[in-house]
Design a protein around this ligand. Structure first.
Ligand code: MTE
Length: 317
């Protein structure tokens, strides 16, 4: 059985750090609505800004969702990349309680007709919240299968009316060295920045993500809102975003700036193009012993291969 805290008999305190568990318990205790959400796993309990209400999640069979076995909740929330909290895989789990998500806002600016700053309630009202079970393939050759919760990013982008010059979308994560001690190290050019072409951002697979495993996004997974782009290496999926900027020119990305020969702008999962230091042909599914073959576009070719039909993927890696 999966380690969904709503479904399994594993107590959350066994899989969550004490601080995270305590803070989660505080908001769960705070309202009858949240308790109702516990009883009804199709609701995501949203508890930001002191507002607590259950948001219904559409868990119907989704054509984009994988039916593979899901990675355990424990692995999904303890084995993370979130360099703002350190470079070790367990650093985010241990450090991300420092992140304050109350009053979070995302400004959507640039080549748009109606620039707007959204708070979390505005965001949650934009579109029905869905569960999407997506594979996440990291460039480091491991992968997971995660039940994400969110809605297509296109719903937010349409709201601000992109102009005819909007060719790319830039995502900027929070910059705050007090909350994010990892930013005191120059390992990346902070704030963490990523980008997509506008048609990639508008693709129905690209998810504006507010939760996983039927609950609000844990801090270490990019609370309160992140992007998930399932056919690209995990680093394209920026966490804890505060700005979305539509641009005419291709934006920088932190990893591309750090090492352009290893991390290209496109970063499509591609078993045929090796990372300079290792092959991308195989991957280790977290929780499994034997490696498995990596699939082109992480298995999402049917939905995205057309986006790249005119592109030499060895040059635009
Ligand atoms: N976003 C920010 N802001 N900072 C990061 O270090 N790491 C990326 C991506 N998004 C990262 C980020 C990488 S390398 C991966 S593999 C995924 O987040 C990991 O997401 P997960 O920890 O939720 O599995």
């Amino acid at each position: 059985m999966r380690n969904n805290i709503f479904k399994s008999n594993i107590h959350p305190s066994e899989i969550t750090s004490k601080t995270l568990f305590e803070s989660r318990r505080r908001w769960m205790q705070g309202s009858v609505a949240s308790l109702a959400a516990l009883a009804l796993p199709q609701n995501i309990a949203h508890a930001r800004d002191g507002v607590q209400f259950p948001v219904p999640i559409d868990r119907g069979k989704n054509k984009f969702s994988s039916d593979e076995e899901q990675t355990s909740y424990s692995d999904v929330t303890r084995y993370n990349n979130f360099y703002e909290f350190g470079m070790g895989k367990e650093d985010p789990f241990e450090q991300a309680h420092r992140l304050k998500t109350d009053g979070w806002k995302i400004q959507v600016v640039g080549e748009v007709g109606r620039p707007k700053t959204f708070d979390m309630d505005d965001i949650l009202k934009l579109a029905p919240i869905e569960e999407r079970i997506y594979r996440l393939r990291c460039v480091e050759a491991w992968s997971m299968v995660i039940p994400w919760v969110g809605f297509p990013l296109s719903k937010l982008l349409n709201e601000v009316q992109p102009t005819g010059n909007a060719r790319f979308v830039e995502f900027v994560s929070l910059y705050d060295t007090e909350q994010m001690p990892g930013q005191k190290s120059p390992v990346l050019d902070w704030p963490y920045t990523e980008g997509l072409r506008i048609d990639e951002a508008m693709n129905p697979l690209t998810l504006l993500t507010v939760g996983l495993y039927g609950e609000i996004l844990p801090n270490q997974n990019g609370a309160p809102v992140r992007i998930i782009v399932p056919w690209k290496y995990g680093f394209k999926s920026a966490k804890s975003i505060v700005t979305i900027r539509l641009t005419e020119k291709q934006p920088n990305s932190s990893w591309n700036l750090a090492n352009p020969s290893e991390y290209g702008f496109y970063s499509n999962v591609n078993p045929n193009v090796s990372h300079p230091r290792w092959s991308q042909r195989r991957e280790r599914r977290i929780g499994e012993f034997l490696k498995r073959d990596t699939l082109m576009f992480n298995g999402y070719s049917e939905w995205v291969a057309d986006l790249y039909r005119d592109l030499d993927l060895t040059e635009y890696f």
